[in-house]
Design a protein around this ligand. Structure first.
Ligand code: FAD
Length: 359
């Protein structure tokens, strides 16, 4: 192919597209505004490799996650871990009752074992029931190393780090204007996640999204065998081991969100926002209250180590909690990636390959 291809964003979606295209012998160029790859939402999250258990109100998300897992595992096997017990509990105030949750797992061929809470090493209260599952996690650092070693195998790379795409103009082809230079391309693959709607503005009126600034907290869990726990389904919390480390990551569906707005581009003043401490203090206080209510005997001290990240979700999906990844051709040969779950990334890269191969 002699078309010039640019990929914007060095998160798991942009990087996977870059690697897959290069493996297929297609030359392309990657722009990342940070000084290294995988420093955005991909490595500031709960590190869950989704099988679908988390989305009982949307079969489509469950299906895309389980299907995506297969290709993701083939690509990034060394970064994936299953060496811990993982539980899903349905809270009394859940949006889905326990019976329906079990039905959902059966329907989506998600394996489970019903757990008796008496067998757990701590008390769990105010729940309807629980399942033990084999859903894995991925290690951020190992994933980053894996990506770098895959990229190093190519003879010639065109990865532009520290290069922020400021603007894109459409004429006969596309002109990308960065903080360093300007370039011409025939095909644009925009995987810049929170940055995307800001750079497409001259090409197409961006759709509104729900933008958030969210916090994932770290903690240690002593005297308890490595485990993960998700309380479902609604405004509850999850924690999982932090990759291979003896630490944990915790995320609360409601109280981890410190900023939220439905708008057509990520509010840029949030990046500069420094006064998080009051919001974090409040968030921690509310999370601790929930932890005491559901897990009264488990001592969880949220440390000061935390990960603050932008998040982009579709608007008006509260009813189903839909999290599907998709590709939209917003203008001829301009593909905007809407990413939802990390393990959708290889399937999306494959779909991009098929699309540009057709052109
Ligand atoms: C708190 C939280 C918890 C989550 N938990 C999970 C989970 O457990 N499992 C899961 O599968 N998913 C989870 N997600 C969702 C998942 O993290 C994201 O869907 C996924 O990481 C998005 O990948 P990405 O490559 O699109 O974005 P990113 O990883 O954010 O990459 C986008 C890249 O684009 C770059 N960029 C942006 N604008 C520009 C520009 N103008 N020029 C150049 N570069 C630019 C950014 O610097 C960034 O590196 C979570 C998300 C959050 C926020």
């Amino acid at each position: 192919m002699n078309k010039k291809i640019a990929i914007i964003g060095g998160g798991i979606f942009g990087v996977s597209i870059y690697i897959l295209l290069k493996q297929k012998g297609i030359d392309c160029c990657l722009f990342e505004k940070k000084k290294s790859l995988l420093k955005g939402a991909t490595t500031n999250n709960l590190n869950r490799v989704h099988f679908g258990y988390h989305y009982p109100r949307d079969n489509l998300t469950a299906k895309q996650s389980y299907e995506g897992y297969k290709s993701f595992k083939n690509f990034y096997k060394d970064a994936i871990f299953q060496n811990f017990k993982n539980y899903y509990f349905i809270a009394k105030k859940s949006k889905v009752n326990f019976k329906n949750y079990v039905e959902f797992c059966k329907k989506n061929k998600l394996k489970y074992k019903i757990v008796k809470s008496v067998n757990l090493p701590f008390l769990i209260k105010n729940i309807q029931g629980g399942l033990e599952v084999n859903e894995p996690i991925y290690d951020w650092d190992i994933l980053r190393n894996k990506v770098q070693s895959l990229i190093k195998r190519f003879k010639k790379n065109r990865v532009h780090l520290n290069e922020n795409v400021l603007d894109i103009k459409k004429d006969k082809n596309y002109t990308i204007i960065t903080n360093k230079d300007s370039y011409f391309f025939d095909i644009i693959i925009d995987a810049s996640y929170d940055g995307s709607n800001s750079i497409i503005r001259k090409i197409k009126k961006p759709k509104k999204r729900k933008y958030q600034l969210v916090v994932v907290y770290e903690f240690e869990l002593k005297k308890v065998k490595k485990m993960g726990l998700a309380l479902m389904d609604g405004n509850f919390f999850s924690f999982l081991p932090k990759g291979k480390q003896n630490r944990y990551l915790l995320y609360h569906v409601k109280y981890s969100i410190i900023k939220e707005k439905v708008t057509s581009k990520f509010p840029s003043n949030w990046y500069k926002y420094k006064n998080f401490e009051t919001l974090i203090k409040r968030s921690k206080k509310l999370i601790k209250k929930d932890l005491r209510y559901y897990l009264p005997s488990l001592k969880i001290n949220l440390t000061s180590k935390k990960h603050i990240s932008p998040r982009v979700i579709l608007e008006n999906v509260e009813k189903t909690d839909r999290r599907v990844s998709k590709i939209e051709e917003i203008s001829k040969n301009y593909f905007q990636i809407f990413s939802a779950k990390v393990d959708h990334s290889i399937d999306i890269a494959d779909r991009i390959y098929k699309k540009i191969n057709k052109n």
